[in-house]
Design a protein around this ligand. Structure first.
Ligand code: CA
Ligand code: CA
Ligand code: CA
Length: 278
């Protein structure tokens, strides 16, 4: 069957250049929940009872693989403190008793799969010191964003990031100011994630010729065949492959969420995926 290419090379180049920036901070837990939808996983660290004001050291790194099964730690995520002890602390969050994961200096969170969006609470359990924290999000070695927060005594803050293209693979939280020369405590709780993205989303095929073996079978290689395969499937109105988003504007509702129709927005979204590489 003869295929038509819907766009000229000049159009494709223009589309590449017009591809929007592809990520944004999520302001509220309600917004994060809306993105994660029914895939949401929530780690509240309540699997172990910890008396208020006391702490229990945990394995470091801490994950479902290293924790006692009875602690009920969720799969797919690891917490690691590279310079200090990691422990579960019986503290307060939003004014209520809560078990909180705590360390000093630096805390690294790593996911088994790239995540569309991730968020969590950071608490300040002290009565008199303001915490300064920096929260850096990564896709593998590539920095995505760094958010800094000042958290007043006995307060808490919510931090979340949306990375629809490529996803978040790790987070590094650093206590920046507590007292001179001392990196501050890091206390996190209610970590939410669960929207796995394929490791290489724009890798959709092995070859570009419909009907050949390997067509629409990803091969862990991203090249022009994937691009031309997308074009062909787009021309054929293949929703399963090509419906990637509702709109083309990062941060708007529906960004990165399929909506059952194919428009230029889906095409731009794929271009952004392709340009981002793997
Ligand atoms: Ca908790
Ligand atoms: Ca491929
Ligand atoms: Ca669409």
């Amino acid at each position: 069957m003869r295929r038509t290419t819907p766009h000229s090379p000049a159009f494709l180049l223009a589309a590449m250049l017009a591809a929007p920036l592809l990520a944004g901070e999520i302001a509220t837990r309600a917004e994060l929940d809306a993105i994660l939808d029914d895939r949401a996983l929530l780690e509240d660290f309540e699997g172990l009872s910890v008396h208020a004001g006391t702490s229990i050291p945990c394995p470091n790194p801490f994950s479902s693989l290293t924790a006692q099964p009875s602690w009920g730690v969720l799969d797919g995520i690891e917490y690691y403190a590279p310079t200090n002890v990691l422990y579960l602390y019986g503290g307060f969050l939003h004014g209520d008793d809560s078990v909180i994961l705590q360390t000093n200096g630096t805390l690294e969170i790593t996911f088994d799969q790239p995540q569309r969006a991730v968020g969590f609470d950071i608490a300040n359990g002290t009565g008199n010191a303001t915490f300064g924290e920096s929260i850096a999000f990564y896709h593998n070695a590539m920095p995505l964003a760094t958010i800094t927060r000042s958290i007043p005594p006995a307060g808490d803050t919510f931090v979340a990031w949306d990375e629809p293209v490529g996803g978040i693979t790790s987070i590094v939280i650093t206590g920046t100011t507590f007292s001179p020369g001392l990196q501050g405590p890091i206390k996190i709780d209610n970590v939410a994630w669960g929207y796995d993205l394929p490791v290489c989303r724009p890798d959709i095929t092995t070859g570009a010729i419909s009907g050949q073996p390997g067509y629409l079978v990803p091969n862990s290689v991203l090249n022009n065949d994937d691009f031309f395969c997308f074009l062909a499937e787009f021309a054929d109105q293949n929703l399963e492959v090509c419906d990637l988003t509702t709109g083309a504007v990062s941060g708007q509702p529906g960004y990165g969420v399929p909506n059952g129709t194919l428009t230029n927005d889906d095409f731009f979204f794929f271009l952004a995926l392709f340009a981002a590489g793997c």
